[in-house]
Design a protein around this ligand. Structure first.
Ligand SMILES: C[S@@+](CC[C@H](N)C(=O)[O-])C[C@H]1O[C@@H](n2cnc3c(N)ncnc32)[C@H](O)[C@@H]1O
Length: 233
């Protein structure tokens, strides 16, 4: 693994125990609404196979499970053992047997081509430097007509809300995050990485280059989160 990957992996290993709590607190519980919107948009059918890349503590995988009946199987994949351990505990608590967890790198997916009907990635793509390669890897494991859903934190484009948001995001959020997580780096890395993430139009072009068609995006909560959807032809 290279230095950047190690940095991200170790950071998530460290903050895993406080991750869910801080997500709910810092987003005022909007994170649950955003994941719900993503799963609805992919609308996997009964008996689908869904891949949740960068699954972390399994909130997306569990959201998929709660929407679906039948023999739908979800694979949650993440390279942080710390995050997966927390996710596994949630699955056991909820007696969920439809989700399998895998410790692997999103850039090196251990699956045969066209194995999944849908691929989701929530708040994960921003941490992957080679996003083009990641999108291509997601494309390869999707079957024809399968959908990719990418949910990511983005920066509101203009107006007073942008200024207020940047104040909260760059000054207040890192203080709250480091206080509760005891980790000074992680919650400074968060705004830095979001500000470096491409605009929705640029990221849509990247999905297009990876081969996706019918790409659309929806900005939510004044543009602080964007949901991208693409389909494999
Ligand atoms: C912000 S968390 C998102 C977790 C979850 N999807 C959610 O909605 O809460 C980002 C996750 O991406 C994982 N991650 C980052 N880069 C990765 C990579 N290259 N391969 C696998 N997992 C990765 C991290 O370990 C972390 O669990």
């Amino acid at each position: 693994m290279n230095k950047e990957l190690d940095f991200v992996k170790e950071m998530f290993d460290r903050i895993a125990p406080r991750y869910d709590f801080l997500n709910r607190l810092l987003s005022l519980r909007q994170d649950t609404v955003w994941r719900n919107q993503m799963v609805r948009a992919v609308s996997p059918e009964k008996n689908s196979r869904v891949l949740d890349v960068a699954c972390g503590t399994c909130d997306v995988s569990l959201e998929i499970s709660s929407h679906l009946s039948g023999n739908t199987r979800t694979v949650g994949l993440d390279f942080s053992f710390g995050m997966l351990r927390l996710g596994q505990q949630k699955l056991v608590k909820k007696k969920n047997k439809s989700i399998a967890l895998l410790n692997a790198d999103a850039l090196d997916l251990p699956f045969k081509p066209a194995m999944f009907n849908a691929v989701c990635i929530a708040f994960g793509i921003r941490n992957i430097m080679d996003r083009q390669r990641a999108c291509k890897a997601f494309f390869d494991v999707l079957e024809s007509r399968g959908r990719l859903a990418v949910l990511e934190l983005t920066t509101p484009e203009k107006g007073v809300f942008r200024s207020l948001y940047l104040l909260y995001f760059q000054k207040i959020l890192p203080l709250i995050g480091s206080f509760f997580s005891n980790d000074n780096n992680a919650y400074s890395y968060l705004p830095d990485s979001v500000l470096k993430f491409p605009s929705p139009i640029e990221f849509s072009k990247l999905m297009q280059k990876a081969g996706f068609k019918n790409i659309c995006f929806k900005q939510m909560t004044f543009g602080i989160v964007t949901l991208f959807i693409g389909q494999k032809p």
